[in-house]
Ligand binder design. Structure first.
Ligand code: PLP
Length: 420
């Protein structure tokens, strides 16, 4: 029996949800996903309202890096928020969270906390504009920086176009380039002296889990320095996931500013902008506005402190990398054995799978993958108890054990045999 054979309660909830929630969801990203309603989750397993169990590789789109409901994070949040949840004022835990973050990352001097990655990106762009006195920025095809008007875009025929009706595009504010093309970045910085920042995902996790070419990050860093522009790393996915110090640690290139979210607070909604005091102090003097009722709430700060303590005292990185690699290799072997053209590539902590010829090294080539077929495949995986995003990314967590990987591969094999 598959999970869709046993989905009565999920179906009922979906009917109710569609009456009171547009599309039955609260994030448009979920419109395409299977309409399963979850009852609970622990570690790397989730149980839906009909009692079906799934091994989870979506991890809430990344935040559950330590697994679902980690006891140490829950205990810390519970103890802290019994003394009050939101003061709208200062409290010791936010100081500790910032100190640990500075320590864990190794390069910034100050951080400013927010709630979502989208907001953190806006704060970083505003700060870079203020610090450089310039208005425009360079960004890259296939990189996602949140859902706000000035950064949400699709690429059509090499041009950025609105990705939503009702969007005020502001597209004159940025130049969209193919990523990993240093000459293109240098040319734009040479000819446009109003470019205040270059923003990128230092690993293109949102499209293909593609790493920077050797020398690309260093080249962009040098080009920004030579032309007085700031380099912003959007580490909302890579931060605290690929290493404790994120992509900065992995590649040894230090940006002017970086944004963090997802993995930094063990599942709690927390984001941050980080950088040197010289830049960040613009928030401190009040010349650059960054506000937010829920910024550094007691719960958020407690969750951040507990997560960062765990990452500092018991770093899970090598274990997660090894398990991710084992899963990638296992998927590739299964695909070959079953004559399925599944390409598996990227960084083991958040790799990419798609149907088509690989490896893919740039955003445009991802277009050759058969996304409809992959969507059907992920629905079939869900039927067999593997919860995975339909857009190709597989997130690993510290809670995935060797036995979970083995069981996942068995379920994937059953899925392949049932669908080919
Ligand atoms: N930046 C990157 C690289 C992301 O992947 C995301 C979300 O997936 C965001 C920013 C936006 O973060 P949020 O969804 O928390 O607003």
């Amino acid at each position: 029996m598959t999970t869709t054979d046993n989905a009565q309660r999920s179906r009922e909830l979906d009917t109710r949800a569609r009456q009171v929630l547009p599309g039955g969801v609260n994030s448009n990203v979920r419109l395409l996903g299977p309409r399963v309603f979850f009852d609970r989750a622990q570690g790397c397993r989730m149980i839906d309202v009909d009692g079906n169990e799934y091994i989870d590789y979506l991890l809430g789109q990344g935040p559950n890096f330590l697994g679902h409901a980690p006891a140490d994070i829950l205990d810390a949040v519970d103890a802290a928020c019994r003394r009050g949840m939101v003061y709208g004022s200062q409290h010791p835990l936010e100081v500790e969270a910032a100190e640990l973050m500075v320590q864990a990352l190794g390069w910034p001097e100050q951080v400013r906390f927010g709630v979502s990655g989208s907001e953190a990106v806006q704060a970083a762009l505003r700060l870079a504009r203020a610090a450089t006195g310039r208005t425009r920025f360079v960004r890259f095809e296939g990189h996602y920086h949140g859902w706000f008007d000035n950064v949400l875009a699709k690429v059509e025929d090499g041009r950025a176009v609105a990705a939503s009706e009702g969007q005020v595009t502001h597209f004159e504010d940025f130049v969209m380039l193919p990523w990993n093309d240093l000459a293109a970045v240098e040319a734009v910085l040479d000819e446009d002296d109003d470019i205040g920042a270059v923003i990128m995902e230092p690993i293109m996790f949102n499209s293909g889990s593609i790493e920077p070419r050797p020398g690309f990050l260093e080249g962009v860093r040098a080009a920004c320095d030579a032309r007085g522009a700031m380099l912003i790393f959007d580490e909302v996915i890579s931060g605290f996931r690929v290493a404790r110090g994120g992509a900065v640690e992995r590649y040894g290139v230090v940006p002017d500013l970086a944004t963090y979210g997802k993995a930094m607070a063990g599942g709690w909604p927390v984001s941050a902008v980080a950088g040197p005091a010289e830049i960040m102090e613009r928030f401190g003097t009040g010349v650059v506005n960054h506000s937010g009722t829920f910024n550094a709430s007691v719960m958020a700060s407690a969750a951040t402190v507990a997560t960062l303590r765990r990452l500092l005292n018991d770093p899970p990185y090598e274990r997660i990398r090894a398990r991710g690699q084992r899963l990638m290799d296992g998927l590739t072997t299964l695909a070959r054995g079953n004559d399925v053209d599944l390409n598996v590539q990227g960084v083991p902590m958040a790799f990419h799978a798609g149907f088509g010829e690989g490896p893919v090294t740039d955003y445009r080539s991802l277009g050759r993958f058969d996304t409809e077929r992959y969507n059907d495949f992920t629905n079939a995986l869900v039927d067999h108890g593997v919860w995975v995003a339909n857009r190709g990314i597989w997130y690993l967590s510290a809670a995935h054990e060797e036995s979970d990987i083995d069981e996942t591969l068995e379920r994937v094999e059953a899925t392949m045999k049932a669908t080919i």
